[in-house]
Design a binder for this molecule. Structure first.
Ligand code: FPP
Length: 257
């Protein structure tokens, strides 16, 4: 049976986060410049997004450009920004055909004006779509986001609008750039690196982590389906015992049948 057919559509993660890594190493191995690796990476973005939409996954966040990436050589930053504008422009038909809504998180004001404009246009045009929500993390880092949230909360306290003792998990969650989206249950990282790299640190508190040696430009729909199957074989316990979880499953079954 094909991998896709083995996936249980009733047990899909609602939100998948992806750290796309290995473009540079892929390019080096082929004797190309790093930029070629990013260009090839766009194809893997398309395949993965289509695969998620085909399965009926509701949210996917992709780490396209981190705060730390601004420290890369200027030619690479410029190429990535151009690629982003071109890809969003070229992929509009794919987004509309697949009923995909585009969103973005990060310090978007720090992006070149042209990138901001293209992004805003695509977000507006796709806002009518009701299928997968594709969230691009751009000029994003978790620590940046948490500092911003702390500032916002401190501002409310200083203005007398919020009492410090009223600050709880929900206050912080509501101040993050991801406030409109559920937390990811599944995080995929390619290229054999076992790191989180400042990505959605608060939001992945209970996410299952999946690491694959495949370099991002080689990541395919089949690789995505393989990862989802692995997710479906994990037992998610949220701090409870295995027996408690199984007990809850039995109760749920009795309730619905
Ligand atoms: C990491 O590989 C990848 C990036 C920093 C950029 C990801 C961007 C794309 C896949 C293309 C554009 C994206 C969209 C959403 C249209 P790396 O350069 O760190 O690879 P290395 O670790 O092998 O050097």
């Amino acid at each position: 049976m094909e991998l896709k057919e083995q996936i249980n559509r009733k047990k899909l993660p609602v939100h998948v986060a992806v750290i796309m890594d290995g473009n540079g190493r892929w390019a080096k191995r082929q004797g190309f410049t790093r930029v070629k690796g990013h260009e090839k990476g766009v194809g893997a973005v398309r395949d993965t997004v289509e695969a998620a939409a085909e399965l009926g996954i509701k949210y996917m966040t992709m780490y396209a450009f981190s705060t730390e990436n601004w420290n890369r050589p200027k030619y690479e930053i410029d190429a990535l920004m151009k690629l982003l504008v071109r890809s969003i422009h070229d992929e509009m038909k794919t987004l509309m055909d697949n009923n995909i809504r585009l969103e973005a998180i990060g310090d978007l004001k720090s992006l070149p004006v042209k990138s901001q404009r293209e992004l805003k246009k695509a977000i507006q045009t796709t806002s009518v779509n009701t299928g997968l929500t594709l969230i691009l993390a751009l000029s994003y880092s978790s620590r940046w986001e948490i500092v911003e949230a702390a500032r916002e909360i401190a501002g409310k306290v200083a203005a007398g609008k919020l009492k410090p003792e009223k600050i709880d998990i929900h206050t912080v969650t509501a101040s993050l750039t991801t406030t409109d989206f559920p937390d990811p249950e599944f995080l995929i990282r390619t290229s054999g690196e076992y790191r989180i790299s400042n990505f959605l640190l608060w939001q992945i508190a209970y996410a299952e982590l999946y690491f694959t040696p495949v370099l991002w430009p080689d990541f395919t729909k089949e690789e995505f389906f393989k990862a989802i199957l692995e997710f479906q074989h994990r037992e998610r316990r949220f701090g409870l015992t295995s027996e408690q979880i199984n007990g809850l499953e039995v109760k749920k079954k009795h309730k619905t049948t």
